[in-house]
Design a binder for this molecule. Sequence first.
Ligand SMILES: [Cu+2]
Length: 202
Amino acid sequence: MGILRFSGILFLGWANLLPGAELTVDLQLEGKLPAVGLIWVDGPPAPVQDLHLTQKNRTFIPGLVVGPQGSTVIVDNADNQTHNVFTTDAGLDVDLGLAPPQQSVRQQITWGEGTFVRFGCKIHPDMQLWIGSVASRLRAEVAWDAARHRGTAVLAGITAPAVVHVWLPRYEPLTLTLQEAALSGDLVLRGNKRGTATVGWK
Ligand SMILES: [Cu+2]
């Protein structure tokens, strides 16, 4: 009994001492904030699966869909007008054709790990969708705060060392290996530093 109680206390002690329950990412940017962003940590893979999104009010909702290579993205047209899904990004030349109202088109994630492909609608050039190929299930979308020009993301259940990837549309991909101490890296757009990513433990 005494031993059991002791090990219970010891376990709680470890949990408190280990850096890692929650990994935090803070993105500070100059200029216009991106529409979407993703943080992920190398870790166990998510299952290959069907990922659903909709076209509603001439917008892809959500504007970012992420899954392991081999997953299938299903785009449902919930508008009362016809939409299209196509891309010429990342060396692809894909046109899924026209989807009338209440119809769907499907696109498999065939591209490699860490690659994000921009899709659009030929009928409505403002519509934009990013589909990312990321195996790890340890991922979180960036929440943007326009007033503070910042983005934040939190990932629970992470232990050091953590290989942290930061993806923002058009920015150079950034990878930081987080040990105990917080660290920062440059967010670079078209060769110019446009901000800073800081990763640490909560
Ligand atoms: Cu459209």
